[in-house]
Design a protein around this ligand. Sequence first.
Ligand code: DP6
Length: 351
Amino acid sequence: MEKEFLGNTNFNISSQTVTESCPSNIALIKYWGKYENQIPANPSISYTLNHCRTNTTMEFSAGEEFSVQTFLAGNEEQKFAEKIEKYFKNIEQYLPWILKGKYVIRTENTFPHSSGIASSASGFGAIAKCLMQLDAAFSGSISEEVSLEKASFLARLGSGSACRSLYNGLVVWGNTKEVEGSSDLYAVQYPNDEIHPVFKNFNDWVLLIHEGEKSVSSTVGHGLMKTNPYAERRFQEAHENFATLKDILKTGDLEGFIKLTEHEALTLHALMMMSDPAFILMKTGTLEVINKIWEFRRITGLPLFFTLDAGANVHLLFPNDIESDKIKIFIKQELLPFTQNGGVVKDEMRF
Ligand code: DP6
């Protein structure tokens, strides 16, 4: 299967500067656990965000000795450069020209670094898009559809969740019988006409409960699934949740959506707590906010709910409709006090 992405060994390089932008995403059914070569242990689905993005400029100097220099918001980042160097060496068979020059890569995120919003997803997404632009210049252009698929394939090899950032709306990565064309190698867009309008205009406000480094990287977290005694059951449940979600999305069952999304978020954290060594990435504020959300829902019946990434911050999800003003007031008055510095990143999923 990977063969379809092997690169053209007939290429003609020249010095070029390309610029690309790629959004971040937030998973509803989570990817947690992987096999060799970035093959996911279960299918996942995410919303692509509208505002949180990475903008990347890649300067390629043809014919110079292979090296990578990276700047994050203007500051040189040696560690990131080393990671990219390794990544480029790893994908040479798919882009045979890739080690034949020098790179200066400048990236900027439109969201704070401390927000826990996956910068690796938008970051690798933008890099993969830059690489595909260079590839079109050096090896001849291919159709937009194939180029996007290959960008998603390459982004996955940088960071799994990044492959979902190449598409808008709801995006699936990982083979599932529920979604035609789904693959472990790249992401595909969830069919738009299978999504009820209520899910196409949503808010995602990220409450910054804890700013700073996470105590476990995603890569380490995925690795811990190898010895987690509940892993197989979890992978199976992700498949089952896809079947449930498909129905929810089609019928507009918001209540079912809330239940499934929160269950997935809590499962992710439960899996970390059941790892050896165990990790608790939620903070006191995370739990306070979750309890407040549940109480608010019980009293008002309004559709405010949450999902979590591998960190303490809380993604507040709610449809963008006539009731959203009441929800926004509640968030400001009751939930903002649990943030470390009053921080909230307001994004939305509109497609
Ligand atoms: C909890 O994509 O960051 O956000 O493939 O090792 O780079 P690597 O991991 P990464 O893992 C993301 C995990 C998650 C859930 C998700 O986005 O599906």
